[in-house]
Design a binder for this molecule. Structure first.
Ligand code: C2O
Ligand code: CU
Length: 464
């Protein structure tokens, strides 16, 4: 029985990580393309005596290699598919040209086994992003197909050695220490809170140590790569300030508005930490806090390196007076209200639910319909009114755009309404989000709890 309330921990002392990138590197081909290969890799996730896991990774690494570019740069990546099933890469949070968004079946044909696909796009915003498989993501991401995508400011705000990326994931291991593959696609996970793991890693390692210098300012970039787990953390306990959410900087570094802060699947958070003593990140959603990354203060930095303030990215402000409003009613799941649900143009009844795996719906439609949920002219402002009529929290993500959460439960939000690409909405809650539909193409709006997306919480809109 997998408990979502406790984690396995390796007994051996975790190795010490050297602070600073590059932790990873990607090879450039002669034509300027970064070579990324998706393929099966046998790897020991758990301790050395444990059985190796049948992972699917980018360039054989977990997480995949850190792709690090500069804002405004043109990024060229050649994906080679060495898997036995089709795949594609989505560049999460990048306001990208539609044809490069990497959504199998919507923005591109899936890349077949043995084939390649060339991604070629410009990164308009500095910040913390990530990339991951976008074909059967519930399976491919759970097996390891994801990596960090960091877009540096024109002049990087922090020195490389004071700028750390932490990719967090929870894996579901079985008794022999290997990835539990048999439980992938389990209907119980799909109808409840999604797939939870019992082994938490940061950059592929359990409970790593990082060495920091006392009194020096650091940027810690957190990326939640888990299929469904929401991490609860309390960065104010070690005096951290929030620099950015989902890649987009706050006007100035701020104390967290809530405690604990939730980091939902796919969300990112950049923190500013100036350590005076040792500290640890703790996962607080369980019965007892689980420390999952340790920071040790090793001496003082003699000459402290200053950092530059983060400048806002050029995201257009929505015009709330003239915005078009669309309502999404989220239904389904365990303990949820079942409405008449249409899937692939036909009404689902009784046995269809376990057979098709469709268990959730937006406005009574499970997964992508032939026609977009709405079509809108480029440049118009959109308000999405989202009603969570289910018993679970969901982490809702929009492709190709960032938005502001302007209202929750009918009340205006006054915490500055930071830009986001993914927002959490609790059971029975409602929220309104707003953005300018300024990016032409076909865009997904889906739950980033990947089992929920696969089981119906997925729709699309078109900007023309
Ligand atoms: Cu992070 Cu539709 O994706
Ligand atoms: Cu969900």
């Amino acid at each position: 029985m997998i408990s979502r309330r406790s984690f396995l921990a390796t007994t051996a002392a975790a190795t010490t990580a050297i602070a600073g990138h590059p932790l990873f590197s990607v090879a450039h081909a002669d034509d300027g393309f970064l070579e990324i290969t998706a393929g099966p890799t046998l790897k020991k996730l758990y301790h050395e005596d444990a059985k190796a896991s049948d992972l699917w990774l980018y360039n054989g690494k977990t997480p995949g290699p850190e792709i690090r570019v500069t804002v405004g740069e043109r990024v060229k990546v050649r994906l080679t598919n060495n898997l036995e099933e089709p795949t594609s890469i989505h560049w999460h949070g990048i306001r990208i040209a539609n044809a490069m968004d990497g959504v199998s079946g919507l923005t591109q044909e899936p890349v077949q086994p043995g084939e390649t696909f060339e991604y070629d796009f410009v990164v308009p915003d500095a910040g913390t992003y990530w990339y991951h498989a976008h074909n059967k993501s519930w399976n491919q991401v759970a097996r390891g197909l994801y990596g960090p995508l960091i877009v540096d400011e024109a002049t990087p705000a922090f020195d490389p050695e004071h700028d750390l990326t932490l990719v967090i994931d929870d894996w579901r291991l079985q008794k022999d220490g290997s990835l539990n593959v048999a439980s992938l696609g389990h209907l119980m996970d799909w109808s409840h809170g999604g797939r939870f793991g019992n082994y938490l890693t940061v950059n592929g390692r359990s409970r790593p140590n990082f060495e920091l210098k006392e009194g020096q300012a650091y940027r810690l970039r957190l990326i939640n790569a888990a299929n469904a787990r929401i991490f609860s953390i309390a960065p104010e306990s070690f005096g951290a300030l929030v620099l950015a959410y989902d890649g987009q900087p706050l006007p100035k570094p701020e104390k967290p508005a809530y405690s604990p802060l939730l980091l939902s699947p796919a969300q990112r958070m950049d923190l500013l930490v100036t350590p005076e003593r040792d500290f640890a990140f703790e996962e607080l959603s369980g019965d007892t806090p689980y420390p999952f990354a340790f920071f040790k203060v090793q001496g003082r930095q003699d000459t402290k390196k200053a950092f530059l303030p983060l400048v806002p990215n050029p995201i257009p402000e929505p015009d709330l007076t003239n915005a078009k409003t669309y309502t999404i009613d989220m239904t389904g799941g365990a303990m949820g209200r079942m409405v008449e649900t249409v899937y692939n143009g036909k009404v689902l009844t009784g046995e269809d639910f376990p057979r098709t795996g469709q268990l959730w719906a937006f406005n009574g439609v499970a997964n992508l319909a032939e026609d977009p949920f709405f079509k809108i002219k480029r440049g118009e402002s959109v308000i999405l009114e989202v009603l969570n009529d289910t018993s679970f929290l969901h982490a809702m993500h929009i492709h190709g755009h960032h938005f502001r959460v302007i209202e929750r439960e009918g009340a205006t939000i006054d915490d500055g309404q930071p830009w986001r690409d993914t927002f959490a909405i609790g059971p029975s809650q409602s929220a309104r989000i707003a953005f300018v539909a300024d990016n032409p193409g076909k865009w997904l709006f889906h739950c980033h709890m990947l089992e929920h997306a696969a089981a119906g919480m997925n729709t699309w809109f078109e900007v023309i």
